[in-house]
Design a protein around this ligand. Sequence first.
Ligand code: SF4
Length: 325
Amino acid sequence: MDLQNSLTLLLTHWFKNSQRQLSWRTTPRDPYITWICEVMSQQTSLEVVQRQLPVFLKTFPHIKSLSESSESDLRKVWSGLGYYARARNLQKGAQYIESLGSFPTTYDEIIKIPGCGPYTAGMIASLCFHEVIFARDGNVNRVLCRLLGKESPENVAPLFNQFILNLMTNAQISPGEINESLIELGALICKKSSPLCLQCPLKDTCVSYKDNKTHLYPLKKKKPLWKQVSLKANIYYQNQEFGLILRKDSFLKDTLGFHLSETDPGENTDFIKHTITNHKIRCKGYIVNDIKEFSLDKIYWFPKELIPHNLSTSLDLKIWKSLEI
Ligand code: SF4
């Protein structure tokens, strides 16, 4: 047996015995459920996906129901799952699939679904339609960097692609299973810090393990240059309801939350502190009753109890809690 075949067998044998039992790992795989799961998993932990997926599927059991959803149902079901823009993209995607008449079955067609990136399209195509296609996320990059002894995935993407495509074409194992085994290995064994190499099915061929350099691969990225931002959160309040807006610019583009404007922090010390990507934010919320001074496209009004469910960022939630209303 050649090296690639034995690697694949070791990996998939490990996966069969050690994978987490998740409700969506069925045979055969359902493309609709796989798509929803992949989008949910991009923003939240598997525990949350496990809890929220049945709720989502109860409200939207099929593509048609999602494509016809009302804004309020979609918001309710997406509550706690992060950026609402992703839910809207899912709905746009469902409308697109409805217009096709059925779920597309090849990578080249799946990637045309609005909001569906290469990784998600690769997972759906390989898991549900057995297409030989490599789905590469951060976990898989880390495993491959260590396994092949490469410092960074950036310059060796073609090498990784070829390596995985060889595994997929030489083995009698579904390409989706190989993709999923690598992702699971990255999540459970080849962890970011302190990989559990002694339990790893690939340790005998792993270059960084043999060289005792697992801690060096992949090379850590340089820390981003921090940008300090001081913000004022305008909390609109009218007729016993609070107003949110869909932000259209800045680093919080496409998120539903309070209207934010830059401000001079002055001598104030009671700011909320928060970090998003490379932004160090100081922010304070103010109740605003007179909204005429703001020229805003649309304000979404909600009663107090629904506000936490409709805020899409943790910064907004922090602001809301600080008001102690
Ligand atoms: S031996 Fe260690 S570093 Fe290599 S792939 Fe396995 S867990 Fe990762």
